[in-house]
Ligand binder design. Sequence first.
Ligand code: PDD
Length: 290
Amino acid sequence: MSRVAYVNGRYVPHRQASVHVEDRGYQFADGIYEVCTVRDGVPMEEKGHLDRLERSLREMRIDMPMSRAAFSLAMRETIRRNLVTNGIVYLQVTRGVSPRDHAFPTKKIRPAVVMTARNAKAHPAAWLEDGVKAITMPDIRWGRCDIKTVGLLPNCFAKQAARENGAYETILYDDKGVVTEGSSSNAWIVTEAGVLVTRAPSNEILNGVTRLELIKLAAAEGLKFEERSFTLDELRRAREAFVTSASSFVMPVTQVDDKTVANGKPGAVATKLRAALMAHMEKQVAAAQA
Ligand code: PDD
């Protein structure tokens, strides 16, 4: 099967898919993206992802390049043409092509829209049975982490550090030792007192679509929940820790740097919420296929 990419309204062979060298996404990271889980060929939480895409574009002062319905159609077609069953679909919108100048072009230009989709392997059983390791690092990102921009270099540095330390994720903290989020995920704990905690949305974190859904699922499970910041110290003393994203779902963290979290096994809350999230995705698949 040869992969296909969507580029500005056309489906082209993946290997030949390209944008112009003066695309502002390439020169200035002047663009935004979304990563959406695909289950059984169906994009998950489509509304949440399109809501956030629209919000990111608004904050960047980039016009919606096409309607939500057109995004939805192109996403589905990209998934279909790449024979994706379980994996991800990636959407990217950059401001467009213009002679290099830091300021936005004065002339109206067409935003560039790119989509790709691929299958992903299921998470290894060991990650779910034993949990994963996270390391921690100072958050050196900018002041608008709420916008899902393609400007991800500090996130890449953080993820690379995780790789080099045999860890799954890097959890970032600010200059007061307060956790912000993961390099590509939101961070959660269950406190010593048994309260589920994740940080409130602000310009310091990305408001994860998985995060938003999990808050609803936690309420349905009747879990004690607080939306507030927590410190590195609380993370180290937590009864449970986990990260969430469109590609991690709910990933239990059982080691933070050199410290084992609680008894070193995934906790009951993370396990329950992961199951609830998987069931919620199955429902979306069933609804789409009905
Ligand atoms: N990352 N925080 C950051 C910095 C992220 O990059 C992501 C997602 C999240 C979780 O958001 P969501 O639940 O909507 O996936 C939080 C995606 C998966 C990525 O960049 O690949």
